[in-house]
Design a protein around this ligand. Sequence first.
Ligand code: NAP
Length: 288
Amino acid sequence: MKVLITGAGGQLGYDLIRVLSGSHQVIAMTRAELDVADEAAVNTTFRQMKPQVVIHAAAYTNVDLAEQESDNAYTINSIGTRNVAMAAEELGAKLVHISTDYVFDGSKRTPYTETDRPNPLGVYGNSKLHAEKFVELISGQYFILRTSWLYGKNGSNFVTKMISLGQQKEELSVVADQFGSPTYTLDLARFIEHLMLTDRYGLYHVSNRGYCSRYAFAQAIFQALKWNHIRLVPISSSGFPAAAQRPEYSVFDDTAIRLNQLPRLRNWKDALNDFLHNDYVLEDKGDD
Ligand SMILES: NC(=O)c1ccc[n+]([C@@H]2O[C@H](COP(=O)([O-])OP(=O)(O)OC[C@H]3O[C@@H](n4cnc5c(N)ncnc54)[C@H](OP(=O)(O)O)[C@@H]3O)[C@@H](O)[C@H]2O)c1
């Protein structure tokens, strides 16, 4: 398949390229090569490249800064997705759109299914929800994948931040009242490859299975690394003020994956161990 990836310089983009390059013709577009907010550029590029599948991984992902830079967040996430969806639809290409658990307010205490009503708490989540709406309205062949707590080799994420902090301090305070499912971008990229070859269109919740608090996530990272000298202190979100409010609970139920008999993702701890032992290169990260 001829597959165009937007946001190819990001952490999911990196793993999409790794997974797809072996058996597909991949057109990887970084932000410098294609700004999705530029409607004319999107149209011109898509018409030239004629992809059969578009994976839209580009996004404004700074959740806190989005509260200040809401115009930017809506322009990239909502309008940018509209541009991508319209250009893909013109070509009759399948569209894989990546969305987020932050479309939910986190007030539930049982896993969120695809039929639960979104209610974003901040600009980022709202801009991504608008993006979903554009995809649903514009595209005839779409997969919307909501995912959560992404980490991977090519990115700044919770895992890399914890490791970096652990190299500087022996005691770390970590929020213990936010619950979600850490998700390895390599697992997500593999799932996307499987899904894009089907015609099982629609909305999917796609995360590594099981869930944890941010605190338990940090514990698992240091246990896997055998950094037993690190002392973790559980704190509440109120002790760690941030510009954007985050959902307290955003665990997913993967009903759509099961109903469509698609491969379920593995448990988050297995994925984390695989990442830390087989993919992440500690020596390369320095001690800055
Ligand atoms: N990270 C998470 O925990 C998480 C959780 C749930 C869902 N998601 C979603 O998953 C997808 C992939 O996220 P990620 O973690 O891979 O994010 P990421 O590492 O921040 O990658 C996003 C990429 O999009 C690029 N980008 C930003 N504005 C753009 C524009 N106007 N045109 C083209 N590209 C642009 C960024 O480039 P620059 O770096 O140069 O700005 C970056 O390379 C996104 O849709 C995100 O909303 C992420």
